[in-house]
Design a protein around this ligand. Structure first.
Ligand code: HEM
Length: 530
């Protein structure tokens, strides 16, 4: 039946075509020839559509229709994490969004996240490098954006082994101690006046990271002034990295940089690049005269660069990209988490009191918090987990990109799609969490969830091969800063201020309004603040 219909359809087309070709009117003939490419294109599109329909393995996930050419781009809300979460109601836990020429796939359930990050880990361990990411990492030569393969493995191994492992962290324990003491002194000097909590956390983690990397810290006036500049640069970079960019969705338009994102981020990039160049130059100069200088990360990297035997060459661009990853990737994520922690505790005084009681019990009222106390602070660990549940620093992780086409949730996911795993939405799913929007650290007290990425209802650091490279440092710094601030100070809003817990999306989630709070000393021994 089908065959007969197809045959008679073909016969009609052939007769009609032949009449047009042999038509005496030259206008009709030329119109016919002009319409051939359009006809061929339409036939090809129809064949693709029919094939997709016929083969269930090639069925794309559902999703909004969008408008011709642009797809859903005109409707994207800048608060991508909540916008994506809202669409789940209509399209379910896996849906597609046509973003210009790019196909976006949004995943919002534990079982689908497991398929992407565990079952098909190798395929999804790739990245779709945005123009802005490429611009700040010497063409995408860092850990975050390098495609999955030997180069990425080499970079990640270098970083984790030499700087971010438990062993390396233990070796530089005194640097963290020194910076946290400096933080306490600074806050104590501001007693009774408003303090920008996020800024102070940022300066502390920045100093920890830079002192580990090249032995440099900001002190005195420079700590606040230069540190605040650094913070602004990092913050602008992460906002630009998270912003939807026409150049990514229409690569052929990338050279026009329609929104000016590449230009803006390049300006910020140059500021860092200049700092890195001068640090490297200084280090190379001092090394000429020294037999054995201090073994910081930069020195190890410079040595690696000169190692001609290594299988994957380590270049100066790799070196600078790694410095960039640590400074940009490690600072805002960590400092925003502590800022959220203090804000949530201030908003729920009974949780603040519980945390303080635990600190008084474990540390005492006559001592300062040391890193050795942290494993015994079970309630505070639950506070940290709860903060990262409600406000995961990277709410959509870093988007993944399949290196070959595959099937997820029964749907076809084409090679090269941009895959957003909405960990923020999973962490607030009412079918998984009781009263999901309530800040309640008690839910973690049974020790059930950890950061290993094996539990797909809770994975603030991601999961699988691309899991965060800095978990050890992040955990230690968040806990150490949080414990110290809660143990030594009471925090209140300025009389004119109101605590605001709204979020603002960038690639890194932040508070819509910075937390500016007034500290007062909590303990009576003045030597704890010196
Ligand atoms: C609370 C603090 C932090 C959180 C919540 C966090 C979270 C994450 C997440 C969700 C990812 C992406 C995982 C994925 O794509 O699936 C990531 C990647 C990464 N993070 Fe973190 N991070 C934090 C702190 C740090 C720190 C302190 C460092 C280093 C100093 C760091 C270095 C990195 C790097 C290098 C990557 C890229 C890994 C790769 O692509 O292979 N992060 N982080």
């Amino acid at each position: 039946m089908m065959k007969t219909r197809a045959f008679s359809f073909l016969q009609t087309i052939t007769t009609y075509t032949s009449s047009l070709i042999h038509n005496d009117n030259p206008n009709i003939r030329s119109t016919f020839y002009l319409s051939i490419p359009i006809l061929v294109f339409s036939i090809l599109l129809s064949i693709r559509w029919i094939l997709n329909k016929k083969n269930p393995n090639q069925q794309l996930p559902p999703g909004p229709r969008g408008v011709p050419l642009l797809g859903s781009l005109p409707f994207l809300d800048p608060e991508l994490h909540t916008y994506f979460a809202d669409l789940v109601q209509k399209f379910g836990p896996i849906y597609k969004l046509q973003l210009g020429n790019k196909l976006g796939i949004v995943i919002s359930s534990p079982s689908l996240a497991k398929e992407v990050l565990k079952d098909h880990d190798t395929i999804f361990a790739n990245r779709d490098v945005p123009v802005a990411g490429r611009a700040v990492t010497y063409g995408g030569q860092d850990i975050v954006w390098t495609p999955y393969g030997p180069e990425w493995r080499m970079l990640r191994k270098v970083c984790v082994r030499e700087m971010l492992s438990n062993h390396s962290m233990d070796a530089v324990h005194s640097l963290r101690h020194k910076e946290v003491r400096r933080l306490v002194q600074h806050i104590h000097s501001k007693i009774g006046s408003p303090v920008d909590v996020g800024e102070q956390m940022f300066l502390t983690i920045l100093n920890v990271i830079t002192s580990m990397m090249w032995g440099g810290t900001l002190k005195g006036d420079g700590r606040t002034k230069i540190g605040a500049d650094f913070r602004q640069v990092v913050s602008e970079m992460t906002v630009l990295l998270g912003a939807p960019n026409v150049s990514d969705f229409f690569p052929s338009l990338a050279r026009f940089d329609v929104q000016g994102i590449e230009k803006k981020i390049h300006v910020q990039f140059l500021r860092f690049d200049k700092i890195f160049d001068s640090l490297i130059e200084q280090r190379l100069k001092t090394e000429e005269g020294e037999e054995e200088s201090s073994k910081d990360f930069l020195q190890l990297l410079l040595k690696l660069k000169d190692d001609e035997d290594s299988k994957v060459p380590f270049t100066m661009n790799h070196l600078k990209s790694l410095l960039m990853d640590m400074v940009v990737g490690g600072t805002e994520t960590t400092s925003n988490t502590v800022e959220w922690g203090i804000a949530e505790l201030m908003n729920k005084p009974e949780t603040m009191r519980k945390a303080q009681e635990e600190l008084d019990r474990v540390v005492g009222k006559d001592k300062s918090v040391e890193e050795s106390h942290l494993p015994q602070l079970h309630y505070l660990q639950s506070v940290m987990k709860e903060v990262l549940r409600l406000h995961p620093a990277l709410p959509l992780l870093v988007p993944h990109c399949p290196s070959s086409s595959c099937t997820v949730g029964g749907y076809f996911i084409p090679k090269g799609s941009r895959v957003f795993v909405n960990v923020w939405a999973i962490h607030r799913d009412p079918t998984i969490w009781v009263n999901p929007t309530e800040f309640n650290p008690d839910r973690f007290l049974n020790g059930e969830c950890d950061f290993s990425g094996n539990d797909f209802k809770y994975f603030p650091f991601g999961s699988g091969r691309r899991i965060c490279a800095g978990i050890t440092m992040a955990e230690r710094m968040v806990m150490f800063e949080l414990a110290t601030l809660v143990h030594l100070f009471e925090w209140n809003m300025p009389s004119s201020g109101k605590l605001n817990l709204d979020e603002k999306f960038g690639i890194v989630l932040k508070k819509a309004e910075p937390l500016v709070a007034v500290p007062t000393p909590r303990l009576s021994d003045p030597s704890l603040y010196a």
